[in-house]
Ligand binder design. Structure first.
Ligand SMILES: Cc1ncc(COP(=O)(O)O)c(C=O)c1O
Length: 294
């Protein structure tokens, strides 16, 4: 089927040009939905089980009942990847509460809607992985976990991240760093932050109100496997500006060095040795693990 793009909609693979979302989809009307971004590397879906588990965790928190069991959703993801034929691609799974006008969920007369697409994606040009990103702290704060639990990867919450990204763009930065209401460092608009100081890694704690990224977990495992120390202390901008190295992690961004924050150069302004080792280890790991698309 390669050559055409297909989207999985509620059980059917539909050519992308005929893939439409209902006008009264609750995700469209109110941002009442969830999503996952998943990578295909070397014809294998990376961390498939973890992403589907996070999707179900988000659904449980929002009381959205998926119309299929995790095994069927995993099969649909693999089927969509297969239909689109990208050896390396980016899968987007979106689930919305269903279709119906009005805030009240009892007006929804359909099961939850499930949409799965698979495209090619390169978020940043390849040379940025060599030279490193410029990051700007933005004024848009992270929502506090007493409003929306950060572990819920819900579509509506992302308006905040979009505003933060636009702020970073206006500052000429590749990413925007968001702080909590108290001023602790949280995460970037679509990525988690890691710092390296005196050979040890730190990353903000997930309990602070950030997404517990699957790439973040992968990098922690790889770093521990290399014998490096990884801790999750509260981090302030002082720690960021005084780090020896910094990098961001995310499914879309992968592992990318960050060499400048708010005009402060990190280390010698080049991706550091630990960052480079972790990027190499991450790339190797992505090529050899994952569920074959088939
Ligand atoms: C706000 C936010 N933080 C962090 C991440 C990184 O998470 P993951 O590594 O699971 O993609 C993402 C992307 O999913 C995100 O949207």
């Amino acid at each position: 089927m390669s050559g055409h793009q297909y989207v999985w909609i509620n059980g059917d693979l539909v050519p992308q040009e005929r893939a439409f979302v209902p006008l009264y989809d609750h995700g469209m009307l109110y941002g009442d939905g969830l999503f996952e971004g998943i990578r295909v590397y070397n014809n294998r879906v990376f961390k498939l089980e973890e992403h589907v588990a996070r999707l179900y965790g988000s659904a449980q928190a929002l009381n959205i009942v998926l119309p299929a069991a995790p095994a069927a959703i995993r099969a649909a993801i693999l089927g969509t990847a297969r239909a689109n034929g990208h050896a390396n691609g980016y899968i987007r799974v979106t689930v919305t509460r269903g279709t119906g006008l009005g805030l009240d969920p009892k007006h929804i007369k359909t099961p939850a809607n499930v949409y799965i697409s698979c495209e090619q994606l390169s978020l940043y040009p390849q040379e940025m992985y060599e030279t490193g990103l410029i990051v700007a702290t933005v004024s848009t704060r992270l929502p506090s976990p007493d409003v929306i639990d950060p572990r819920v990867k819900c579509t509506g919450k992302y308006i905040n991240n979009i505003l933060a990204k636009a702020e970073a763009n206006r500052q000429g930065a590749g990413e925007g760093l968001m702080l909590t209401r108290e001023g602790y460092v949280g995460e970037a608009t679509g990525d988690n932050l890691f710092l390296v100081k005196n050979g040890a890694l730190t990353t903000p704690p997930a309990s602070l109100g950030i997404l517990q990224g699957i790439t973040r977990d992968t990098v922690i495992d790889l770093a521990l496997g290399m014998g490096l120390s990884v801790t999750e202390p509260l981090i302030t901008l002082y720690d960021v500006y005084n780090a020896d190295e910094a990098f961001l992690t995310g499914t879309a961004a992968e592992v990318i060095p960050a060499v400048q924050f708010d005009g402060r150069t990190i280390g010698d302004g080049k991706p550091g040795p630990i960052t480079r080792r972790l990027i190499a280890a991450f790339r190797k790991h992505t090529q050899t693990t994952g569920v074959p698309v088939g």
